[in-house]
Write a protein that binds this ligand. Sequence first.
Ligand SMILES: NC(=O)c1ccc[n+]([C@@H]2O[C@H](COP(=O)([O-])OP(=O)(O)OC[C@H]3O[C@@H](n4cnc5c(N)ncnc54)[C@H](OP(=O)(O)O)[C@@H]3O)[C@@H](O)[C@H]2O)c1
Length: 252
Amino acid sequence: MASDPIAHYARRDFMRIAGSGLAALAVAARAHVAVAQTAGSPLKIGMVGAGREGGALGRLFVKAGHPVMFSSRHPEELKGFVAGLGSLAQAGTVDQAISFGDIVVIAIPYTAMEQIGKAHAGDLARKVLVIDVSNPIARRDGEDLVKWVSEQGGPGLVTAKWLPGAHIVRAFNAIGSGRLLELAHRPGEPVGVPIAGDEPKAIAVAHSLIREIGFEPVLVGGLAMGRHLVPGTPLGGEHSPAEIRKIAGSLH
Ligand SMILES: NC(=O)c1ccc[n+]([C@@H]2O[C@H](COP(=O)([O-])OP(=O)(O)OC[C@H]3O[C@@H](n4cnc5c(N)ncnc54)[C@H](OP(=O)(O)O)[C@@H]3O)[C@@H](O)[C@H]2O)c1
């Protein structure tokens, strides 16, 4: 098990869904079926984007016991940040973080996504999971990009187009960075995280990882549903898993 942490992560949900596709995973998620526990099976995580959201998420992965490489185009600027997180955290370039990760988390302005794909699509396609946290936002990325992404079917499909072959799951797109640490492992019912993806194994790994850092993943559909996982839409913000299922059921 320790020699293949990805298999350990994916095994139970992957076996459950392998024969019956995404619908079965949705059913499994609804039933709160336990996923693989991760003790003793750390995954190396490469963070592309270590700003507000990437920094907060990466901190949660470190807290859960995973080695994390935070990246920047100026990695020396991350030295103080990673030093405060202990020995599991390190800083590197974007290239280094992508090489390092068993999985890669991308939390960058959406305008930078196409360039990341041009430079790294081949490497990203070899990862079992690429979590896309990024959103097209008019005030930062411009109205034209937001309109174009919408015309292409939304950010899930556009990320897939820009990162061909990558096993993408959209997640954490609309939970504010300032709230992540506080909401993780909150007492009582966990906060739900709507996720969208097309690949059962990637979804299963994401599912385990999200649970491990203290949230409850709720699969709302394939990457085309990723258009609903942006701030300011009904699924945006903080919801219980049951609320997410209810909202997702009214979307198409
Ligand atoms: N902030 C939130 O609460 C929140 C919540 C959910 C989702 N998101 C989404 O997450 C993404 C990041 O938001 P943020 O608030 O974390 O932004 P941020 O604090 O401005 O951080 C942006 C990060 O992206 C990196 N970056 C920018 N251009 C890059 C490029 N061309 N290549 C590689 N890395 C690049 C920056 O690294 P450098 O050091 O190289 O500049 C920085 O680490 C956005 O798409 C946003 O919509 C944000």
